[in-house]
Design a protein around this ligand. Structure first.
Ligand code: NAD
Ligand code: IPM
Ligand code: MN
Length: 356
C-alpha cells in the first residue's frame, strides 16, 4: 500500500484547530479508498516554539522537512512575535527553499456560499489564480540605511528573474490549455517600469508557443475593479507574488470568505515537498473558541489529494463542501451557523462515509 508521508506544521492561533479537522478528513479519505494511507508527523513549530527557543523552527528544519512527500500547514503568526520574523522564518522560507514557485489558489463560488456581489451566480466566479511564489516583491532583497537616524532610508527591491517569470507564466499557459480556459495576466507596467514591463514582455513571448490559448492582460488596479464588477471575465489568472496575495484575499471575499479559501504551494517538478494550507492567517480574534471554519483547510486537503493523483477523492471533498453549504445545517459562525470547528470536520467525514 502506498504511504504518503506528511509533515504537519499546525502553527499558531486557529492553525491547530483547523489542521486537526484536515487530518481527520484526509485519514477518512484514505480509509475509504483503501489503496493508500497517510502517515502524519507533527512538528510543534511556530510562535510558541519561538518564545521558548528564539527560533520558529530548528536550524535544520528544512533538512527535516525535505524527506516528506508534502507539508500540511495551518497558520503562522501570533501577537508578541513580529510578523516579519514569524512569517519569514517559517512559511516564506519553506516556500523559497523548496522552490514552491507555483501558488495555486482557486477562487470558486460554490453553491450555497455567501457572495456579497449583486446578481452573481456561482458559475460567474470560477477562477484559478497562479501566483508566483518565490521571488518578485517577496524576494527579501533590500536594506535599511542609517537606521534610527533622521536620514534613514529603506529599500525593498522587487526581483523578477527571466527564469522565475517564464516558469510561472508557462505553467499558467499549460493549465489554461489543459482546461481550455482563457488566461489573464495581471501586472502594472504603466508604473513599475522595469519589473512589470519585463513581466508583460515574457507573458507575450511565452504566449507565442500557445496560440490556442485566448489571453487578456489587465493592470492590477483595473483587475481589482473587474473582479468585483464582472468576475466572470477571469478564468486562469497569472500574477506576481504580492498582487496574487492581495487579489486572492479579494477573491476569498467574493467567493464565500476566508473560511473557504485554500491554496497549494507547489514545486511542479516534485524535487521537494509541496505545501498545502488555507490562505487565511492565525485569526487571533477567534482562536481557541472552536469557531474557526475548517472548510478552507479541507479544500487544501482536496488539493493535496489531487496532487497525489487521487483526483476523484479530491473532487468528492469539494462536492461535500458544497453540499454542506447548500444544506446550511452544519456551518461555523463566519457562514452564519452556530456549529463548531469539530462539528464541521465530523460532518465532512460523515458525508465521505455515506457517498459511494
Ligand atoms: P487572518 O486571515 O488571520 O484573519 C482575517 C479575518 O478573517 C479575521 O477576522 C478572522 O477571524 C477571519 N478568519 C480567518 N480565517 C478564518 C476561518 N478559518 N474561519 C473563520 N474566520 C476566519 O488575517 P490577519 O488578521 O491579517 O492576520 C493574523 C495573523 O496571521 C498575522 O500574524 C498574520 O501575519 C498571519 N497570517 C498568516 C498567514 C499564514 O500563515 N498563511 C496568512 C495570513 C496572515
Ligand atoms: C498568504 C499570506 C502570506 C503571504 C503572509 C502571511 C506572508 O498572506 O499566504 O496569503 O503574503 O504570502
Ligand atoms: Mn495573504
Amino acid at each position: 500500500m502506498t504511504t504518503h508521508k506528511i509533515a504537519v506544521i499546525a502553527g499558531d492561533g486557529i492553525g491547530p484547530e483547523v489542521i486537526a479537522e484536515g487530518i481527520k478528513v484526509l485519514n477518512a479519505a484514505a480509509e475509504k479508498d483503501g489503496s493508500f494511507r497517510f502517515e502524519f508527523t507533527q512538528f510543534p513549530w511556530g510562535c510558541e516554539y519561538y518564545k521558548e527557543t528564539g527560533r520558529m523552527m530548528p536550524e535544520n528544519g528544512i533538512d527535516i522537512l525535505k524527506d516528506f512527500d508534502a507539508i500540511f500547514l495551518g497558520a503562522v503568526g501570533a501577537p508578541g512575535v513580529p510578523d516579519h520574523i514569524s512569517l519569514w522564518d517559517l512559511l516564506l522560507i519553506i516556500r523559497k527553499k523548496f522552490d514552491q514557485y507555483i501558488n495555486l489558489r482557486p477562487v470558486k463560488l460554490l453553491k450555497g456560499a455567501p457572495c456579497p456581489l449583486k446578481d452573481v451566480k456561482p458559475e460567474d466566479i470560477d477562477m484559478i489564480f497562479v501566483r508566483e511564489n518565490t521571488e518578485g516583491e517577496y524576494a527579501g532583497s533590500g536594506s535599511w540605511l542609517y537606521k534610527d537616524k533622521p536620514n534613514e532610508v529603506v529599500i525593498q527591491n522587487g526581483v523578477f528573474s527571466r527564469a522565475g517569470c517564464e516558469r510561472v507564466i508557462r505553467y499558467a499557459y499549460e493549465l489554461a490549455r489543459s482546461k481550455k480556459k482563457t488566461l489573464t495576466s495581471i501586472s502594472k507596467g504603466n508604473a513599475l517600469n522595469y519589473s512589470m514591463v519585463f513581466w508583460d514582455q515574457i507573458f507575450s513571448e511565452v504566449g507565442k508557443e500557445y496560440p490556442d490559448v485566448e489571453t487578456h492582460s489587465y493592470l492590477v488596479d483595473a483587475a481589482s475593479m473587474f473582479m468585483v464588477k464582472d468576475p466572470k471575465r477571469f478564468e486562469v489568472v497569472v500574477t506576481s507574488n504580492l498582487f496574487g496575495d492581495i487579489l486572492t484575499d479579494l477573491g476569498a471575499a467574493i467567493a464565500g470568505g476566508m473560511g473557504l479559501a485554500a491554496g497549494a504551494n507547489l514545486d511542479p517538478e516534485r524535487r521537494f515537498p509541496s505545501m498545502f494550507e488555507p490562505i487565511h492567517g492565525s485569526a487571533p480574534d477567534i482562536a481557541g473558541k472552536g469557531m474557526a471554519d475548517p472548510l478552507a483547510t479541507v479544500w487544501s486537503a482536496s488539493q493535496m489529494l489531487d496532487f497525489f493523483g487521487h483526483e476523484e477523492l479530491g473532487k468528492e471533498l469539494i462536492d461535500i463542501i458544497e453540499e454542506i453549504l447548500v444544506e446550511e445545517k452544519v456551518l461555523t459562525p463566519d457562514l452564519g451557523g452556530d456549529a463548531t470547528t469539530v462539528m464541521v470536520g465530523d460532518e465532512v467525514v460523515r458525508k465521505l462515509g455515506k457517498s459511494k
